[in-house]
Design a protein around this ligand. Structure first.
Ligand SMILES: *Cc1c(COP(=O)(O)O)cnc(C)c1O
Length: 384
C-alpha cells in the first residue's frame, strides 16, 4: 500500500507525503484504516495477502506509521508500541535477571519509577547517574559493566544535555547497549543513531503525534539483526504490546506536519526562553538554546533545526509564587505532557516532590500559537 520512500528526500517531504502511503485500491491519496483482526485465505488455503495473518503482528496502518518514523530517524527498523512506557519496558525486558543497568538520573519520572520497580522485581542492579556528566557516566560503566544504559536528552524536565557519542563510546567499551530517549528532540531535531546509539526510543504521544490525542511509543535501530532487537520484535508480536489501527492511522496523520511543528515550537520556545531570562520574577531558565545553558555547545553540535518546545523556568518565591503564576495563565493549559500544538504548563514539584525539582519550577510545553500571545500571557501571569 505504501511505496518505500525515495532516497535523499528531506524530512518535510517524507512526512507530508506519509512516506508514500496512498490507497491503491480506491486511488485515495490518504490510506484507509484497516480494522480487521484476521485476514482471509483462499480455497487452496493460501493467504490472500501473504503479509497478513492476524492483527497482533500485521496491520498496514502500523506499517505506514513505522515507515514514516523509520525514514525520519534514518533507521534500519522501527517498531511502534502502544505507549512510550511500553517501548521502554520492551527494551528492559531483554535484560537478564541478575545483570546491571546504568540509567540517567532526574529524567522522565515515569521511566525512573518503573525501572526502579522492575529492577527490584528482577534482581537487576540499577545504577543511576547524572549522565550529562560524561566522566561520571563513563566511570560508572567501567565499574559496573552494565548490560544496558539509558540516557534521555534533552532531559525532562531539567533540559540537561547528554553527549550521545561519548555515552555510546563508554557503553560500547564494556559491551553495553546504549538506549537514548529522544522524546524531547523528536526525530526531526536529533538523530541519536548517527551518534552511535544502538536504540532510539520516543514517546510518540508527545511531539511525534503532536495533537494530544494518541498514546504511542517507538523504538528504532540501525542493527535489526542484533539478538536484543530480535528479542524485542518477537516479544512485541507474541506478548502483544501493539498499537490499534485507528491510533496508528492518527499517528501517521499527525506526523505529516511533524517537521513544520517542531520548527515552529522550537522558534517559539527560543523567543519565550529569552523573554523569561530577562524577566525580574524569574530566577533561572533551563533551555538548551540559550547560549549560557551548560549544555548549549553540545546541543548545538548534536541537534539541528532547533532545540525543541520543552522549557523549564524557576519562578522567584518558590512553590506559592509558581502556582500563583500558573493559576493566572490564560492560554497555557495547566496539564501534564508535552509536544502538542497547544501550549501547556506544569508545576512538576506538585507531581514529584521528592526528586529534587525546585519548588518554583514551571515546565512549559511550547506549542505553535502566536508567540506574541504566549509571551503576553506569561508576562501578565508573572505580574509584569
Ligand atoms: C512521556 C514520556 C515518556 C513516556 O511515554 P508515554 O507515551 O506517556 O508512555 C517517556 N519519556 C519521556 C521523555 C516522556 O516525555
Amino acid at each position: 500500500m505504501a511505496q518505500p520512500p525515495k532516497p535523499n528526500l528531506h524530512p518535510a517531504t517524507i512526512a507530508a507525503q506519509a512516506a508514500g502511503a496512498i490507497d491503491p485500491a480506491s486511488g485515495g491519496v490518504v490510506p484507509p484504516v484497516q480494522f480487521a483482526t484476521t485476514y482471509l485465505r483462499d480455497e487452496n488455503y493460501a493467504l490472500v495477502n501473504p503479509d497478513n495473518v492476524y492483527l497482533r503482528s500485521h496491520n498496514e496502518n502500523t506499517r505506514v506509521a513505522e515507515r514514516i518514523l523509520n525514514a525520519l530517524e534514518g533507521a534500519e527498523e522501527t517498531l511502534i508500541f502502544p505507549s512510550g512506557m511500553a517501548a521502554i519496558a520492551a527494551v528492559f525486558r531483554t535484560v537478564p535477571n541478575g545483570a546491571s543497568v546504568v540509567v540517567q538520573s532526574q529524567i522522565y519520572w515515569g521511566t525512573t519509577k518503573w525501572i526502579r520497580d522492575f529492577c527490584t522485581r528482577r534482581q537487576i542492579a540499577l545504577h543511576e547517574v547524572d549522565a550529562s556528566n560524561l566522566d561520571a557516566f563513563a566511570a560508572l560503566c567501567r565499574a559496573e559493566k552494565p548490560d544496558l544504559c539509558l540516557i534521555e536528552t534533552p532531559s525532562n524536565p531539567w533540559l540537561r544535555i547528554t553527549d550521545i557519542a561519548g555515552a555510546a563510546a563508554a557503553a560500547h567499551e564494556v559491551g553495553a547497549t546504549l538506549v537514548v530517549d529522544s522524546t524531547a528532540a523528536s526525530p526531526v531535531l536529533s538523530h541519536p543513531l548517527e551518534h552511535g546509539a544502538d536504540i532510539v526510543m520516543h514517546s510518540a504521544t508527545k511531539g511525534i503525534n503532536g495533537h494530544s490525542d494518541v498514546l504511542a511509543g517507538s523504538l528504532a535501530t540501525n542493527d535489526a539483526g542484533a539478538a536484543r532487537w530480535q528479542m524485542i520484535r518477537d516479544d512485541r508480536n507474541e506478548a502483544g504490546a501493539v498499537i490499534g489501527p485507528m491510533e496508528a492511522w492518527l499517528l501517521a496523520r499527525g506526523m505529516r506536519t511533524l517537521p513544520l511543528r517542531m520548527r515552529e515550537m522550537s522558534r517559539n520556545a527560543m523567543t519565550l526562553a529569552e523573554f523569561l531570562a530577562d524577566h525580574p520574577q524569574v530566577e533561572q531558565v533551563m533551555y538548551p538554546g540559550l547560549p549560557d545553558h551548560p549544555g548549549h555547545a553540545l546541543a548545538a553540535q548534536q541537534m539541528s533545526g532547533g532545540y525543541g518546545g520543552l522549557l523549564s523556568f524557576v519562578v522567584k518565591g518558590g512553590a506559592e509564587a509558581a502556582l500563583k503564576a500558573a493559576g493566572r495563565l490564560q492560554l497555557f493549559h495547566r496539564a501534564t505532557s508535552l509536544g502538542g500544538v497547544e501550549s501547556l504548563v506544569e508545576h512538576r514539584h506538585t507531581i514529584e516532590p521528592h526528586t529534587g525539582i525546585p519548588e518554583g519550577l514551571l515546565r512549559l510545553s511550547v506549542g505553535i500559537e502566536d508567540v506574541d500571545d504566549l509571551g503576553a500571557d506569561l508576562g501578565q501571569a508573572l505580574g509584569q
